[in-house]
Design a protein around this ligand. Sequence first.
Ligand SMILES: [Zn+2]
Length: 433
Amino acid sequence: MLNTRLSALALLLVVGVVAAQTPARHEALFAAATAAKPQTIETLKNLVNIETGSANAEGMAAMTNYLEGELKSLGASVTRSKAAFSTENPAVGENIYGTIKGTGSKKILMIAHMDTVHVKGTLAKQPWRIATGVEKVKTPAGEVERAFERAYGPGVADAKSGVATILNTVRLLQKQGFKDFAQITMMFNTDEEIGSDGSKALIQQLASQHDVTLSYEPTSSVPVEAMILAASGSVSVTVKIKGKSAHAGAEPEKGVNALVEMSDFVLSTMGLDNKDKALRFNWTIAQSGAVFNIIPDEATITATLRYLSPVDRDEALAKLKERVTNKKLAGSEITLIVPPFRPSFIADAAGKALVTKAVEIYKEVGGSIYVVPVTGAGTDAAFAALSGKPVLEALGLPGFGYHSNVEEYADIGAIPRRLYLSSRLIMEIAQGK
Ligand SMILES: [Zn+2]
């Protein structure tokens, strides 16, 4: 009995120490964020159950209608605008944003994309489902056992979890009676997964009209949640080669072998990849030849180029252009196609301060955020950052297996702490803290 009392006292002391180290939590907000979990899961389910592959016009229209209803239920004034036309990456449908007004002075933009990489019909094969259990996870602090609660379905994390977090953050702030902002705008675009050509101008314009942009791509779930200080810019370049066909056995010398020119092009440029400079250059698609005894007269190759520095990018592109003129086969014709590129994102001082603030806020609810110096994945945050205003990424739910039909999930167990993080950040930003 005494032993037990002593243990209880020791435990109290330990808890006391821990509590002293944990920053003050906004208890009412956390309680409300916890209570908002079922509704957030419901929103997420509704979003997943409307298929929105980037090319799915019908699904995108249904999604825009759904979001218009959600935005109006929050009292927002809604603007829909047809995605801008692009030959390279044609977007379908309309971008949509809703604005609510408050009584304060700061303007905050929240963005997430409604499109997914999943083609129409994926949902029927991988319908919405929830899985719970316990698993062992290797973290920087060692292996830990933890419970999980996950939602599966196409695009559930990337970025439907972000859309659901945005809508329910604003709902939560409204339930708290928080109005100490001048304006909050919630913006959803249709074409992030195909390069955002149809929405990038709108994102940059809206970002320039707000003080801060918060971007809601999903964050990693296993082993740790993260925020990024920089994200690569990207462009996929294509090279088309024209040769001349000939009988491959009887008179091959009369032909110009496009496959040979293509192979030499690949080998002579693969060295552009430079991990130290965060410049990644890799050939990923190749097509040539159709008949075994004909010298192929056509070849097409595509590479993905990721970069942090625009100077490095332009140097790499210059070397590709140089290779175009230095042909292996005199008779071949080579064309290099460089579509519009996604800029890189590098957080400025104000953006870095936002990351620090988010890390501190997350500690209030026992969360921890690992700060990633740079990621190779592209983000619309880069277009927002062109405004010169601070941008924070990533505020969606933790998730896993993005772009995988089977593996993608969102960590719905994290909803209370992520809603807390998102809404408390907005409160702090709005109050100029
Ligand atoms: Zn995404």
